[in-house]
Design a protein around this ligand. Structure first.
Ligand code: PAF
Length: 262
């Protein structure tokens, strides 16, 4: 059984996860649950788009066998008081800016893994830190499930697919393409042999400055499994960023794979 956990508002990124699950598993289940405990602010939770009919259509279109869409009361009855912490990983990158977010993610994913007897679960690499947190949780708590990670799906202009994109104004939607350009610039510089993170950062910020309304939350080069910052790109490294446009916070990342060290 293949499981694709989602919060609904399904887009081409989710479709690719569901399609891969469909391809690889005889039975595919999608979950749709807007998990209140992973939202660090009430406005974000209220504004999260609920698009049930369209989501069901997309699932039917891909050939999903079942959708599990529990109520908040089912997932969090009033007496519930157990939460999953993935110490260290949960506090870095987005964790610094969104306190409690990854406890919410780890807790709901642990519950879904216990409720749905899946063999394999699919997650998108756009939420890179989330995949690191979930993989660590699965390993630490011996969940009998295999995690498969799927590449980020992008709009033709490079913007990573996200439910938040629909909240951007037309101008900010245009400006947001800078994220992918910035990551590509870094990746190109690494391919040219640059290894020093402070120099790579300079190129990245130069690119980012072309978007007048971009407000940088973070831009970091990290080890893919520990998420700890590195200052040289000698090993596979993830460059991860979060940038706000008009109050809409977007994240993106890219794996940098240096050739022989220079
Ligand atoms: O990536 C998401 O949509 C959510 O964080 C997840 C994994 C479904 C948990 O609520």
């Amino acid at each position: 059984m293949g499981l694709v956990p989602t919060m609904g508002n399904l887009h081409a990124g989710h479709r690719s996860l569901l399609a891969r699950a469909r391809n690889e598993c005889p039975f595919v289940i999608a979950t749709i649950f807007v998990n209140p405990i992973q939202f660090d602010n009430r406005e974000d939770l209220d504004k999260y788009p609920r698009t049930w009919e369209a989501d069901v259509r997309l699932c039917q279109d891909v050939g999903v066998d079942a959708i599990f869409a529990p109520s908040i009361e089912t997932m969090y009855p009033p007496q519930s008081s157990t939460f999953v912490e993935v110490k260290g990983l949960q506090d870095l990158l987005c964790g610094r800016h969104r306190p409690g977010h990854f406890v919410g993610v780890a807790t709901v994913v642990a519950k879904l893994f216990n409720i749905v007897p899946a063999d394999v679960a699919y997650f998108g690499l756009k939420d890179f830190q989330q995949t690191a947190v979930i993989q660590r949780m699965v390993s630490d708590l011996n969940f009998p499930i295999e995690i498969r990670l799927c590449p980020t799906v992008r709009e033709p202009d490079g913007l990573a697919m996200s439910s938040r994109n629909s909240r951007l104004s037309a101008d900010h939607r245009r400006q947001a393409t800078v994220l992918y350009r910035m990551l590509r610039r870094v990746s190109d510089k690494v391919s040219e042999g640059l290894r020093d993170v402070s120099q790579l950062r300079r190129y990245a910020l130069e690119e980012l400055s072309s978007a007048p309304d971009a407000v940088l939350d973070y831009l970091e080069w990290v080890d893919p499994s520990t998420l700890l910052a590195v200052d040289k790109v000698h090993q596979p490294t993830v460059v991860a960023t979060a940038v706000q446009f008009g109050g809409v916070r977007l994240i993106d990342n890219m794996l940098l794979e240096p050739g022989s060290p220079s």
